[in-house]
Every structure is written in C-alpha cells, then in structure tokens.
Design a binder for this molecule. Structure first.
Ligand code: SF4
Ligand code: SF4
Length: 75
C-alpha cells in the first residue's frame, strides 16, 4: 500500500520513505515495520492502535514521512 495513513496521533505519507528503518527502531510500541518487495519497501503501520503519540517517529525521520495529526475537540 502506498500513500497516506494515520494513527490517532501521527499521519504517515509513505511516498518519501527510503526504508532506512530508523523510525522502526525508535518506536517503543511496535507500531511500525518495513515491509514490501525490494523495489517497493517502505514503512507500514502494523499496530496503529498501539501508537501512544510520543512523536519519536516524527522527530527521527529526515524524509518528512510523518506528520502530527491535528485533533479537533468539541467544547
Ligand atoms: S525514518 Fe522515515 S524514511 Fe526511514 S523508514 Fe522511517 S518513515 Fe521511512
Ligand atoms: S508516535 Fe510514537 S508510538 Fe506512535 S508510531 Fe510514532 S514512535 Fe511509535
């Protein structure tokens, strides 16, 4: 799968992913994994419900794959 996905806290646009594995290593909640055939490997959300919003993936990715999800609440 190629494109935009998200957890409750971060958005993931895999278009610029180079499958460096850094985000997989920093995520302490096993949310992320690199999968796919050799010509098309990129990050996948394998346990999106386990995301705790620590934003380590956002901070470590140099390719802008992750974004911070804006959460709107009704007052
Ligand atoms: S750190 Fe960024 S470029 Fe590297 S595997 Fe994760 S999403 Fe892809
Ligand atoms: S925000 Fe934290 S828990 Fe969620 S995917 Fe990124 S590193 Fe993992």
């Amino acid at each position: 799968m190629f494109g935009n996905k998200s957890t409750a806290f971060v958005t993931v646009n895999t278009h610029n992913c180079i499958a460096c594995n850094k985000c997989v290593e920093v995520c302490g909640n096993s949310v992320l994994a690199i999968k796919g055939p050799s010509f098309h490997r990129h990050v996948h959300l394998i346990r999106k419900d386990a995301c705790k919003g620590c934003l380590k993936c956002v901070q470590c990715c140099e390719n802008g794959v992750f974004g911070i999800k804006t959460i709107y609440t009704c007052l």
